[in-house]
Design a protein around this ligand. Structure first.
Ligand code: GLA
Length: 405
């Protein structure tokens, strides 16, 4: 009997440890993370000089002031593992080492992120973390890493829940709080199991620098803004503070026309997406800066209620999106998908809308009245009595905030 009791107690201790160690660092990413990542623009061409210059530009362009915080080096920073198995940076491109780079970024009041992969190899055939999870997390913590993006290449026969939970536990064990970004492209529905494992999860394959297209490589596809939006919008009920659907990094500033860049950025903000810029911050034109640093629309993304917005209806190619905000306020975006400008008449008094997943209501048929702010012009344009007519250019947006004084 005693032996059975002992075994039972041992099992209990084992299970509770397993449970405790699978918990991510709480209190991080309570609003969608904001930052910059090297992949979209630089791919394999990363080095310490460029990353330092990006950190400088993050400040000089006003990006930091607008809320961007993390500088994340994606794939290709790696060198060999040393004789004890510790991962090292590529010595030619990062001669001062990762710790010195992290220190530089921290001195600027920014945070530092890095990339690895659950398989033996990253997607760029660099050393992955499989079998080295605890050793790598220890090293990242030692270097001062604040954010880990963790990819899903070369993972044949690997169970995603197990692989991501192992790395999450390794980070916890290493003891330095890090935002944990799962990048398994939505293939095993992380929104259903990763709430305690990570802080954001990719919902789709890679973004492609195009507004409306699919880049088909045979065994994998990359997707334009519209295709990604379509996939990501269905998952809103899984998002919330500390748990974000990630429709991938921004392509703003990589050549998209201004109207499309504005629509892309607005849709990401309406979907409470992580805002990770993916362009060359050292060479931005005024228009790109004006999109990426528009504080009014960023405040919609960063609203502390943390609700992902929803598409309510589509009329004459114009989609109407809503996002409940804190204090009973609302963001509304009219998005014209078509190639022609469309006139929209907003009849405020006919609006009685219920959030299908979270139960918030916007009922303007009675006495309640909001003030209306045009978010891109950052200007009050009236209130919710009567009607408002507007012409929305092709593939552009009209973004509003309904607020109370
Ligand atoms: C995958 C990821 C991308 C990027 C590359 C790097 O494709 O989804 O975001 O990290 O790997 O090789």
């Amino acid at each position: 009997m005693k032996t059975i009791l002992k075994i039972f107690l041992l099992i209990c201790v084992f299970c509770s440890c397993q449970h405790a160690s699978a918990q991510k660092f709480e209190g991080l990413a309570l609003t969608p993370p904001m930052g910059w990542n090297s992949w979209n623009k630089f791919a394999q061409n990363v080095d310490e000089k460029m990353i330092r210059e990006i950190a400088d530009a993050m400040i000089s362009t006003g990006m930091k002031e607008a809320g961007y915080e993390y500088i994340v080096i994606d794939d290709y920073w790696h060198g060999e593992r040393d004789s004890l198995g510790f991962i090292q940076a590529n010595k030619d491109r990062f001669p001062s080492g990762i710790k010195a780079l992290a220190d530089y970024i921290h001195q600027k009041g920014l945070k530092f992120g890095i990339y690895s992969c659950a398989g033996h190899e990253t997607c760029g055939h660099q050393p992955g973390s499989r079998g080295y999870e605890y050793q790598d997390a220890y090293m990242y913590a030692k270097w001062g890493v604040d954010y880990l993006k963790y990819d899903w290449c070369s993972t044949k026969n690997l169970n995603s829940i197990g692989a991501y939970t192992t790395m999450s536990s390794a980070i916890k064990k290493a003891g330095r709080p890090m935002v944990f970004s799962l990048c398994e492209w939505g293939s095993t529905h992380p929104w259903e199991w990763a709430q305690n494992v990570g802080h954001l999860w990719r919902t789709t394959g890679d973004i492609y620098n195009c507004f409306d297209c699919i880049d088909d490589h045979g065994n994998w596809k990359a997707f334009g803004v519209l295709q990604i939006t379509e996939m990501n919008q269905k998952l809103r009920k899984y998002a919330g503070p500390g748990c974000w659907n990630d429709p991938d990094m921004l392509e703003v500033g990589n050549g998209m026309a201004l109207n499309e860049a504005r629509a892309h950025f607005s849709l990401w903000c309406m979907m409470a997406a992580p805002l990770i810029s993916g362009n060359d911050l050292r060479n931005m034109d005024k228009e790109t800066i004006s999109v990426l640093t528009n504080k009014a629309i960023i405040s919609v993304d960063q609203d502390s209620l943390g609700i992902q917005g929803f598409r309510y209806e589509t009329k004459d190619s114009v989609e109407m999106w809503l996002k409940p905000l804190k204090n009973g306020e609302w963001a509304i975006t009219y998005f014209n998908r078509s190639h022609q400008s469309v006139k929209v008449v907003i009849d405020w008094r006919s609006m009685n809308i219920k959030d299908p997943d979270f139960g918030y209501t916007l009922n303007l048929t009675g006495r309640s009245k909001f003030l209306v702010q045009d978010l891109w012009l950052n200007k009050e344009i009236g209130n919710t009595i009567g009607k408002h007519s507007v012409s929305i250019a092709a593939r552009d947006v009209f973004c509003l905030k309904l607020y109370l004084k």
